[in-house]
Design a protein around this ligand. Structure first.
Ligand code: GLN
Length: 465
């Protein structure tokens, strides 16, 4: 813990951390030492990790990257935070030490960590570039060796895309696998927490602790027994041998992901080389189609802002966070507090969300988008009749220079093309380092599985690694 605190300091130009509290971390580390000395066993006892700043953390500030929550301290831990760390009255803790809170886009809205009220996080491979977003601080911290693992959250790609941009592994579990209790809501029907780490094995270790039912606290959390995702990582695919451990595994390549324009040549080349490795391991590549995938961007950018406009209505200057100084009346207090507290991207999304939900437009936008969401889920179901998992790019390019998309929100939305379909369908999806593209920058390969196949995704990634 001490060594990593020093490293966080030394690499502070990455702006990966938005809160550190050495005393608090060392106190937790000493408590872990005492437990170890007593011979206690817990999966992460004494391991320093850090949390994305949208997960509430007792004793630490939690701001969700927003001025709106400057100075806010939650009286309780998010369920995934409690499970990884000190535990709570319901869940035993795995004993990890919290090293701090990690930078992210404001309320997790963004793909480059450029919409943080605390300034952009930087990509350790090239600090002039974005680390990806919205879990940019998490990816940068892991890639720079500031922590061995971190939490992230993924609504439309926010674990997978920064993992790809920073050359690490991250998994967005099946919707409902991890409790959303204490995850500051962006779009509740899409939000999922997940681990980000250097390897699939480390992700498996964290996910085993994070996942599991959370009765009374998150009604959408699945009632499935906890599972040890590190078990079976080295086992070959059923019927295969150690020489070709993926023999018999069918990897679907969606036509829409591989044969349409938009994915940069350097990314394509790196991914093709990765596919060859998977083939050498015995996997068979099959063509599949996801015909509605190009509708994922318009559908997502209606649904996510719609939910966000509702979720963010709680930030009214009365109950939480920022309150404007002098106001004429209640409406003025709401208006000023929200104008001052929310950044431009968040305000844009609240406006879009309110518009698509308003009387007379609801049917044309929100309802249409819900129908597209269903079609996308059906596309995946049909594709999985022909393959065991799907592989594709995570993002159409390597990490872009900070500022390159600042004037053009839509350009940033378009970069989410490959991550949104699995989000809308609620499927588990993983990003793993696959090679390098332009400028030696990392390229990630995305693996998407049927519902509840996290173990399969982690196993294939582990065998590739
Ligand atoms: N880039 C997407 C957005 O801005 C996804 C963000 C996320 O997954 N939190 O909404």
């Amino acid at each position: 813990t001490q060594a990593l605190l020093q490293r966080v300091q030394a690499l502070s130009h990455l702006n990966a951390f938005v809160a550190v509290d050495a005393e608090l971390s060392l106190q937790q580390a000493r408590a872990a030492d005492a437990r170890l000395a007593r011979g206690e066993v817990a999966p992460l006892l004494g391991v320093p990790i850090a949390h994305k700043d949208v997960l509430v953390t007792r004793g630490w500030p939690t701001t969700a990257g927003s001025r709106m929550l400057a100075g806010y301290r939650s009286p309780f831990d998010a369920t995934v935070v409690a499970r990884l760390g000190q535990g709570d009255d319901v869940h035993p803790g795995a004993g990890a030490v919290t090293l701090g809170k990690l930078n992210c886009d404001e309320f997790a809205m963004g793909s480059g960590n450029e919409h943080s009220a605390w300034g952009p996080a930087r990509n350790p491979w090239d600090p002039a570039r974005v680390p990806g977003g919205s879990s940019g601080g998490s990816a940068a911290a892991v890639a720079a060796g500031l922590v061995p693992a971190a939490t992230g959250t993924d609504t439309g790609g926010s674990i997978r895309q920064p993992a790809a941009f920073c050359g690490i592994t991250g998994i967005k579990p099946t919707y409902g696998r991890c409790s959303r209790y204490g995850l500051i809501a962006y779009a509740s029907s899409l939000d999922q927490a997940g681990p980000m780490a250097r390897s699939a094995r480390d992700c498996a270790l964290l996910l085993s602790v994070m996942a599991g039912p959370d009765p009374w606290r998150d009604a959408t959390c699945l009632d499935l027994p906890p599972q040890d995702y590190t078990q079976g990582l080295d086992e070959p695919w059923p019927g295969a041998d150690a020489q070709r451990p993926l023999q018999g595994l069918r990897i679907g390549l969606p036509h829409e992901f591989w044969h349409t324009q938009g994915c940069a040549a350097d990314v394509q080349a790196a991914l093709r080389a990765a596919l060859e490795v998977l083939e050498q391991l015995g996997a068979r590549l099959v063509e599949v189609c996801l015909p509605h995938s190009e509708l994922a961007i318009p559908a997502y950018y209606v649904l996510a802002p719609a939910e966000a406009s509702s979720n963010l209505s709680r930030f009214d200057g009365v109950r939480y966070g920022h309150r404007a100084a002098s106001c004429d009346d209640l409406a003025d207090l709401y208006g000023r507090s929200r104008s001052e507290g929310f950044g431009p991207e968040v305000q844009r999304r609240i406006l879009v969300g309110t518009y698509v939900l308003s009387h007379g437009y609801y049917d044309a936008y929100y309802l249409q988008a819900q129908k597209i969401r269903r079609l996308i889920a059906q596309d995946f179901a049909a594709a999985f009749a022909h393959c065991d998992l799907i592989a594709g790019p995570v993002a159409p390019s390597v990490a872009w220079p900070i500022g390159a998309k600042s004037d053009d929100p839509v350009a940033e939305y378009l970069a989410d093309i490959y991550t949104l379909p699995a989000s809308l369908a609620g499927l588990p999806a993983l990003s793993m380092p696959a090679g390098v593209g332009e400028g030696g920058l990392p390229v990630g390969l995305q693996l998407i599985g049927p519902y509840l196949t996290e173990a399969r995704l982690l196993r294939v990634a582990h065998q590739f690694q």
